[in-house]
Design a protein around this ligand. Structure first.
Ligand SMILES: [Zn+2]
Ligand SMILES: [Zn+2]
Length: 119
């Protein structure tokens, strides 16, 4: 099921921004400090930058439901994991950007080395 933009509120970007601000740009799942808008450190690779981007997840997967308790700030890897475990919102191509490894009960997310440039 592709993401249907029309299901999102007109002021979704404002709502999402306030959720991220309230979370101090940290992922609620893994606690990673993510990048604020305009922060694009040039020493980050594209995949590192993607991984440090915060998005807002709907806990019940209903995009119309913008109650604060339904909105969860997540970094890209955590967000992909949550969607990947439920339905096909994320294509396999996007999934393979990262590798997920459970170590001592902790989910570690690493860039998929198969995607790294060979040079
Ligand atoms: Zn995270
Ligand atoms: Zn989501």
């Amino acid at each position: 099921m592709p993401i249907n933009r029309q299901r999102y509120a007109d002021n979704w970007s404002t709502i999402a921004l306030s959720v991220k601000e309230a979370a101090l740009w940290r992922c609620r799942h893994c606690g990673k400090q993510c990048l604020r808008p305009g922060e694009k450190p040039s020493n980050l690779t594209r995949s590192e930058w993607t991984m440090a981007t915060l998005s807002v997840h709907h806990a019940n997967f209903i995009p119309e439901d913008n109650r604060p308790e339904n909105l969860i700030p997540l970094c890209t890897p955590c967000h992909i994991v949550i969607h990947g475990g439920r339905n096909g919102n994320i294509s396999p191509g996007q999934l393979s950007l990262f590798r997920y490894i459970y170590e001592n009960g902790v989910l570690k997310i690493l860039p998929n080395p198969d995607l790294l440039p060979l040079t």
